[in-house]
Design a protein around this ligand. Structure first.
Ligand SMILES: Cc1cc2nc3c(=O)[nH]c(=O)nc-3n(C[C@H](O)[C@H](O)[C@H](O)COP(=O)(O)OP(=O)(O)OC[C@H]3O[C@@H](n4cnc5c(N)ncnc54)[C@H](O)[C@@H]3O)c2cc1C
Length: 438
């Protein structure tokens, strides 16, 4: 049977793949979206009935702006972060970063994963030019200058499909990346993240906490009034014990690590454990294929940047592809003026008629390099520095936090990074140069 033909295939229907498919479809691109898990496999407990069991993610102010501009923001399922308090257990020095530092209403938002995915799924399903195949998997057959061929396997059987553009959004263990022969750079932090929701005695007042402790960083993010999402980092050898520990014992441990700022920790939801590594593909593109999200890079969650960085890539990629296609090919509608990194570098359509997609993808990779490198460097530095406990690291961290708190330009810079505004020094949001974040 001859291969089917579509403009683009997106492999992986997590948040990143769903947003990417939607943006491409909005430009008139026909998209085949392939997701391995069956529709109901990922359905977590009902959000209203069991709020303590929901998983969530912190999205930056920039992610909110990008998603809102395309009608993708899940307005009902979010809680604003208006302040971030950074402390170091057992050492002096702390920092308060507020939305006022940036003159915005919030630094970011905590979003319930399941509600977000359901919201995106509904929007994707309403797009006539997206075909969602689930459960299904795709294997790479050919990747040449003229396009890509895949073998798709689903309950209905197998078929070949040819596309101009393949987007691998298939997560950390991406099989597409493996088939492309792209090598990985990897650093194991010897840590795990224990993730759960906790009920506190006091209201969170929209404050997120980042506390550095002897076994690694601990984050508490505001969810509903007295419920917070916890990311508790520990040595990898303690992961299983922390997961299996009785609730009361774990809450005691958490109280010891965090202190009494939120009163007593009263209850905890189901705990999940994730190993923590920095994993990066040596390249983001190969011919007409591009990796996106965890498929290209998996970060330590300490700064909550993985999905935020991926979303900036997703919007930039849609803009690059749309711009290159030109209006005649029906691909350049809607996304030609996206301000992806908040720098004011508006991306304009050049209305090229003959798309050389590998060239376009290489240009996209070059364009995204600075933001990607900066985000990886900051996240990796935070994860390493705040996990060292030898003297004199404690006092050095304390002094750094005191400096961060007291020195407004540094605080504003930190706030800009947290909010995903990532304004590179030397360039203003309106495109003119400057040397500080205003
Ligand atoms: C503890 C923790 C806390 C975090 N907190 C934050 C935060 O606060 N803010 C933030 O920005 N980031 C955070 N992150 C990072 C964030 O979770 C990830 O960046 C994000 O989930 C990546 O999404 P993705 O769609 O790329 O990958 P995934 O969510 O892994 O999705 C990949 C999808 O591909 C599918 N798939 C896999 N293989 C195939 C195949 N062969 N064929 C078809 N489909 C396939 C899978 O079923 C899955 O649905 C955190 C991460 C961790 C571990």
């Amino acid at each position: 049977m001859p291969a089917r033909q579509v403009d683009a295939v997106v492999v992986g229907g997590g948040i990143v793949g769903l947003v990417q498919a939607f943006l491409l479809a909005q430009q008139g691109t026909s998209v085949l979206l392939i997701e391995a898990t069956p529709p109901d496999a990922a359905t977590p407990p009902d959000a209203a009935a069991e709020p303590m069991q929901q998983r969530s993610v912190a999205l930056s102010h920039r992610s909110c702006e990008l998603l809102s501009a395309q009608g993708l923001w899940p307005a009902d399922a979010v809680c604003a972060i208006k302040e971030i308090q950074v402390t170091d257990k057992g050492n002096f020095g702390s920092a308060r970063i507020t939305a006022r530092d940036l003159n915005t209403s919030a630094l970011g938002y905590v979003v319930a994963n399941h509600s977000f995915e359901q919201h995106l799924l509904q929007l994707v399903s309403a797009q006539k030019n997206i075909e969602l195949l689930q459960p299904a998997t795709a294997a790479l057959v050919d990747n040449s200058h003229s396009g890509v061929e895949l073998l798709v396997s689903s309950a209905g059987g197998e078929f070949n499909v040819r596309c101009n553009l393949l987007i691998a959004a298939d997560g950390t263990h991406s099989t597409i990346r493996h088939s492309l022969g792209l090598k990985l750079k990897q650093h194991n932090y010897d840590q795990v993240a224990v993730v759960a929701n906790v009920e506190c005695q006091f209201d969170h007042r929209h404050i997120a906490h980042e506390r550095f402790t002897e076994s690694g960083p601990l984050a508490l993010l505001p969810l509903s009034a007295k419920c917070m999402a916890m990311v508790y980092t520990a040595h990898e050898s303690d992961g299983e014990a922390l997961k299996a520990m009785p609730d009361a014992e774990f809450l005691q441990l958490l109280q010891l690590r965090f202190g009494g700022k939120l009163g007593r920790f009263k209850a905890i939801g189901r705990r999940a454990v994730f190993p923590l590594s920095l994993i990066e593909s040596e390249s983001q593109t190969s011919g007409s294929c591009v990796l996106i999200g965890n498929a290209v890079r998996t970060l330590h969650p300490v700064a909550g940047q993985g999905l935020n960085l991926a979303l900036r890539d997703v919007f930039a990629l849609a803009a690059s592809v749309g711009q290159s296609a030109g209006p005649e090919q029906g691909l350049a509608r809607g996304l030609t003026d996206v301000d992806v990194d908040g720098t004011g570098r508006q991306q304009r359509a050049d209305a090229r008629r003959n798309i050389d997609l590998p060239d376009v993808l290489a240009g996209f990779e070059r364009q995204r390099w600075q933001d990607q490198r900066g985000t990886v460097r900051r996240t990796d530095l935070l994860a390493r520095v705040f996990s060292i406990n030898t003297i004199p690291m404690g006092p050095i961290r304390g002094a750094s936090l005191a400096l961060l708190n007291g020195f407004a330009p540094l605080r504003k810079r930190f706030a800009a990074d947290s909010a995903g505004l990532g304004v590179p020094l030397g360039r203003r949001r309106d495109g003119r140069s400057q040397n500080k974040v205003e």
